[in-house]
Design a protein around this ligand. Sequence first.
Ligand code: FEO
Ligand code: CA
Ligand code: CA
Length: 676
Amino acid sequence: MTIAPESRRLLTVLPMTGRTHGSRSASVCHWKCADACARPDENTSGTERFVDVARQALQRRASRRSVLAGTVAGAALAGLSGIAPAAAAPRPRVAVGSTGAFGFTAIDPVGNTVDDVTVPAGWRWHPIIAWGDPVEAGAPAWDPQNQSAEAQKKQFGYNNDYLDVVPFRGNGNRGLLVANHEYTNDELMFPDYGTTDEAARLRNLETAMYAHGMSVVEVKRRGKGAPWEALRRSRYNRRITLDTQFVLDGPAAGSPLLRTSEDPTGTRVFGTLNNCAGSTTPWGTVLSGEENVDQYFTGPTDPTAREARYGLNTAGRGWGAVQSRFDLRNTATRNEPNRFNWVVELDPENPDEAPVKHTAMGRFKHEGAHVQIAPSGHAVAYSGDDNRFDYLYKFVSRDTFREGPSQAARRHNKTLLSDGDLYVARFVGDGLADGEYDGTGTWLPLVVDGRSMVPGMSVEEVLVYTRVAADTVGATGLDRPEDVEPSPVSGFVYIACTNNTRRTGAQTDEANPRANNKDGHVIELREDAGDPTGRTFTWTILLLCGDPEDESVLTYFGGWDGPVSPISCPDNLAFDDAGNLWVSTDGQPGTIGYNDGLYLVPVEGPERGRVQQFLAVPTGAETCGPQVKAQDGYVLVAVQHPGDFGDASYANPRSTFPYDGVFAGARPACIQVLPA
Ligand code: FEO
Ligand code: CA
Ligand code: CA
């Protein structure tokens, strides 16, 4: 396949224009994670010290070998020595006409100015629900010229990340859509954004605050193959907002570290924030990760080392003007940040039940959390901490999963994440002699059997300042570990390391082998003896992402030598029923010049590593929340921050997605892709 002249021009001209240290546009970085790309690394704990050990070992072995330019081993040598990598052999992109396991023909990569959802021939897409659509009873029709917090509290929120449709038991044509609302693009939302009128400014600010959170919406369809339609009236429809009371449970609940003047018990907190990826548990609840929460707090002016480790040293979004708990100069609510950055569990079937924040699973910038049930019956949850040089964690429940559809079993299973052991991963490379980036690993204990395994820290301190605890035991810093998902077929665990352009050559190791890693990679982890509750594992790199035709970037596609679709910045992961991995991307317009998309990646058999693009989202957008319901014949995707560019505004939109004429700009939305 050849690149269209138009695409070649875009590749040449656009990729790094206005980009941050990562690959996102400057405006995405600002609104999504408070300019994290421009700020110092939050992990300055000594990752490099451990990397150095690995690097020396690898270099000793590497010195006995010649440079294998264009091979995996050659890439490792180049990365570890901190020099520009040797040129990789160019590899053609996926050929038009190839057919993936899900029965589609891979799309051509879509240039990063195309404002459209691109799906394979024979497929169509359909918006299920978008920002502003009514959710709760009494929600007013969305009026972009007259937005308010009161209206937004009942309407679908902004910027969806996690997304699923959970069918009702016994009725596959009705179900509950659950979506996260991670953050807001205020400049695209409000016609008078930037106003000097204080009342109008505060009205916009409060509206944006209530566009965060989560939504539960009942959906129905006429039958298999028909699109899901959102119901306006349902007893299940629910907005989770800053007014929703959550229960803090687990070993740190009630700790003085979690108490404020508004909650002297340290067991209740209003709201959930920056909900990024997530998962649906085997017992039918939804887990959601609270990620870049620091951006909502102003201050402090004298952060302790522990607070600085969580990025709490910012000007914030000024939310303290609406709710004083977001201004850390208010000493009475000084612990409020400690009440966020948790894994949240929501039961969509019980609209009157308070969602839970699980302190047993530790506090960090959770991308999400995914559970698999071990052969022993224990629930094992994996979670990535999405920051440069941060860590991979594992939680193992104290109690075991109960099978069966009974309410008693469900009630029991909803307690599984409330008590258990917490670990953080150390990766050790086995050298380059085998020509692969792979090795062994250890789950370093943080809390076991209710006791702290971290010298000098109590259980409560380990759980509230988990990053600090993980620094202490010597975990391996990864290149922004985002979604972490176990295969339902093999049990192997896949870790999307989205990128890390701050990693230097001196900081590379076998698990993070590329300096200036702008395209990211995917690690495959296999628990020893197939036991997810164990303390050791092996791992290998499945993908070194990038444009295979770019000879300046070393890429690797699971050993597959044929054509592949270019892919960069892996973020959310999903599996289909056959055990194929699906990867959605965030940021590749800034790296390989194409709109973000969703990709099929077989992980077993002769097509292992054969990356094939299923869809592309509109310009400026990120692909989130993928669900691949292969047996049911459809795919769900959340289109996040469509049209998000530094020069875009309410009056000057860069996208009109979902093209329904409701709004002159773009509305983030949940879409379904199904056969035409
Ligand atoms: Fe919200 Fe790590 O992406
Ligand atoms: Ca190796
Ligand atoms: Ca993400």
